[in-house]
Design a protein around this ligand. Sequence first.
Ligand SMILES: C[S@@+](CC[C@H](N)C(=O)[O-])C[C@H]1O[C@@H](n2cnc3c(N)ncnc32)[C@H](O)[C@@H]1O
Length: 342
Amino acid sequence: MCSASSRPILPEPPEELKRLSNGLAERIGAKIKRGGPIPFSDYMEMALYDPHAGYYSAGLQKFGEGGDFVTAPQLGDVFARCLAKQITEIRDAIVDDCADKNGDWEIVEAGAGSGILAAELLKALQDGHAPSRYRILERSAHLRQVQKETLLKAVPQWMDRISWLDAPPESGWQGVFLANEVLDALTVERFCVGATQNNSAAIKRMCVGTGANGFKWHKGTFSEEVADQIQSRLSATGQFPATGYCSEINTRLPAWLMAVTEHLQKGSALFIDYGYTRREYYHPQRSDGTLVCHYRHRAHDDPFKWPGLTDISAFVDFTALAEAADFCGLEVSGYTTKSRRP
Ligand SMILES: C[S@@+](CC[C@H](N)C(=O)[O-])C[C@H]1O[C@@H](n2cnc3c(N)ncnc32)[C@H](O)[C@@H]1O
């Protein structure tokens, strides 16, 4: 994170967007007024997913030149074609394993953004390798509409195989679960290391309260279980960070992964995201965590700036993802970076 003095200058939003954001800030403020400071995870949930003005719910452009950031699928079809190769291998293993060589298999994509990855994947897989179904698990009603439009334009011939899910699959299926840059959009808790008490550092839960000039950080407490979990993750670095160190933890990841893969009977789940292994993630030098906000292609560190107009994300602790996979009865079959050659 950068200090206040090195923060990028952000372009001023137009008045109508400021009104939208101010309305959301008022709703968050009212919640704080009713019950006191809220956990950062609750703030992030409202800022990103408030049904009227949340970043992913309001109908503003997010991706590409006129939006706030770019993801790999928007840069051309190379990413989708690489994934298609991997998916074809998974599909072959499923079908080879089936008595019926024409066995059904499908792709379930979470958080499909503009729908461009789904479109390019279906194009890349169409030569005899197309899935029997392509289901999209998307929280944002607005993005579902954008996805439908993208897919209708790009792959009208496959529309009868594409559908949208309101909740993770509830019955057995086989194929590929796919999530590109979704894990970093899941809500996280923020914590800071406090002064040592009874021989162990106090872990403070960072909550959001209100002050004279908008939202401000408030120190709260975690349950003993979460505080212990954080202590053990920080200890795993081999160098426990100093007082004042802050970072993030996604306490809901195992439950989310369980929900989305529970009924995957055969196949694989592919996650592509920004992140680090635990040692790097919680390295003492990463003393202000991994939270990053995007507004009009500027990365900044102030999640309280223009809620609803700003993307908020946190890097993924890949060790936690592997542990969550283990908890769900899955096996980690690979882990790599995009830059590594096969
Ligand atoms: C950063 S965007 C990535 C979009 C797309 N995968 C891409 O690469 O362009 C995050 C996406 O995840 C969706 N999302 C966030 N949380 C989700 C959840 N719990 N279930 C399904 N989708 C979710 C958002 O609405 C959005 O479509």
